[in-house]
Write a protein that binds this ligand. Structure first.
Ligand code: HEM
Length: 451
């Protein structure tokens, strides 16, 4: 019998009404996408906005989301501004490429993330999870679960996709990525204007150094492996396909771009989802016990199908990603005029879809801010509008690693729950902080106890 939920988890303050465009870019709002959102945003289907002479559309209606991201996706591309921001770190890798460049790369990686291939990685995921758990204290103690989540998902991506290259599991690597993410607290305005490379603040100087370290380290890895791909793993296969298709210098550059793309995009978002899952489990001790019982029973069977034997934990994860979607915004630029289901969109205008808002929209969800994993019971999940729940995006650019991420998150959570109890420290409230991904602002320090 599933526990009924009354838990209303933490969220940042909202403001009663829309602010003028420039005010939406001041104070904490400048740093965090989810801070100070206007209440009416959670009621409207579409809201036109203006910012720095740009016309924007905020879109919440599932049909319009489907129109932009799927039905008429060829008219809506990743905007130049986003690509400019991503370029210094991930060049023309899968996440930032457009058109034919994108299609070619997506075709190469798709088989790696097919259901059978992901199930084949489950044992490596479980090994990496248990290795990282050695860092947990044997006694009851406060542990930053966000940090453990990052160490775990970093080790998983290194082991499953890069044959466990030690450079990708080092503390140095995790410190550099931490600095890059911390630099996201840098005013978004500088990034939107494409001026981040001229920002003289200490955090940006550190971030640029970390970016250089990452590119250099992954370029070394690519060069050492060479055109043969070096190993019979995901990345080796990817490199061979690139070198078979492109001149060597181009293949090498694209290999580096994608090594960084998969290394960073492949662990940070899942780590974030795991941190929030720990929080909602710690906040609901009874539900945690039920999930633990399920996990303990499921861990006894075949690891390749473990994720299929965790239906309650899957509902909890789905509901966690509804309330705390790791990826904050899906942004597209119209390449030609369009009729977006009754709303005229002109060439060059930007369309913003915020999963945080769509997932808490009052016309789409009953009591939207309350945690209720039963929303994702199979029959209820089947009745949802196809585009009202979009943690992994929609359409051809949907997250290529979605199945990998869900399998991984379930395996990690099942192992954690079967060994430790999670509780909220007295008076603790995490702060959702939305820049790049939806991290908890000061980590997720929970009381973690042996069973
Ligand atoms: C909970 C975990 C994750 C979440 C919430 C997430 C979310 C997303 C979203 C929303 C997009 C689409 C962005 C857009 O349309 O603008 C995306 C794209 C992408 N994700 Fe994920 N992701 C997760 C895990 C992963 C993992 C584990 C990998 C790799 C192993 C990965 C690799 C990528 C890549 C390469 C793209 C670009 C796909 C393309 O443009 O063709 N992600 N992700």
């Amino acid at each position: 019998m599933a526990t009924s939920a009354t838990f209303v988890p933490a969220q940042p303050p909202r403001v009663p009404d829309w602010l003028p465009g420039w005010r939406a870019m001041t104070g904490e709002r400048l740093r965090s996408v989810v801070h100070g959102i206007a209440e009416p945003a959670f009621d409207v289907w579409h809201q036109p906005r203006q910012f720095l002479n740009m016309d924007l559309h905020i879109v919440n209606a599932p049909d319009m989301i489907g129109h932009v991201l799927l039905d008429n996706h060829s008219n809506y591309v990743r905007p130049r501004q986003s690509r400019q921001i991503l370029k210094p770190l991930i060049g023309n890798g899968l996440l930032s490429a457009v058109g034919e460049d994108w299609r070619k790369q997506r075709k190469i990686v798709a088989p790696t993330f097919a259901p059978g291939a992901v199930a084949g990685m489950a044992a490596l995921m479980a090994d990496a999870t248990r290795d990282a758990m050695r860092a947990l204290p044997a006694e009851s103690a406060r542990v930053d679960m966000a940090e453990l989540a990052t160490d775990t998902t970093m080790a998983i991506i290194a082991k499953t996709l890069f044959s466990g290259d030690p450079r990708l599991m080092s503390h140095e690597a995790s410190a550099h990525i931490g600095r890059l993410i911390a630099s996201a607290a840098q005013p978004r305005l500088m990034r939107i204007l494409g001026l981040q490379d001229f920002d003289p603040s200490p955090s940006m100087i550190r971030a640029r150094r970390s970016r250089r370290w990452l590119r250099r380290t992954l370029a070394d890895l690519v060069r050492e492996r060479g055109p043969s791909g070096g190993a019979d793993d995901f990345f080796g296969g990817f490199m061979r396909a690139l070198y078979a298709d492109l001149p060597p210098s181009e293949a090498e550059e694209l290999a580096v771009d994608n090594a960084i793309t998969f290394y960073v995009a492949g662990h940070e978002t899942t780590a974030t989802a795991l941190s929030w899952a720990c929080y909602v489990l710690a906040g609901q001790p009874e539900l945690q016990e039920e999930a633990r019982a399920e996990a303990v029973a499921a861990l006894g069977g075949d690891i390749a199908t473990l994720a299929d034997r965790l239906p309650l934990l899957r509902q909890i994860l789905d509901e966690t990603m509804r309330l705390y979607p790791s990826a904050l915004q899906l942004i597209r630029e119209a390449v030609a005029d369009d009729d977006m289901l009754g709303v005229p969109v002109r060439k060059g205008e930007l369309v913003f879809v915020y999963p945080w808002v769509v997932h808490r929209h009052r016309k789409l969800w009953d009591d939207p801010d309350r945690f209720d994993h039963n929303r994702f019971a199979p029959e209820k999940k089947a009745a949802l509008h196809r585009f009202q729940y979009i943690p992994f995006g929609v359409g051809p650019r949907i997250c290529v690693g979605a199945r990998f991420a869900i399998t991984e998150a379930l395996i990690v959570l099942a192992n954690w729950l079967s060994a430790r109890r999670l509780a909220l420290p007295h008076g603790f409230q995490p702060i959702p902080y939305g820049n790049i991904t939806l991290r908890p602002k000061h980590g997720m320090p929970l009381v973690v106890s042996p069973l």
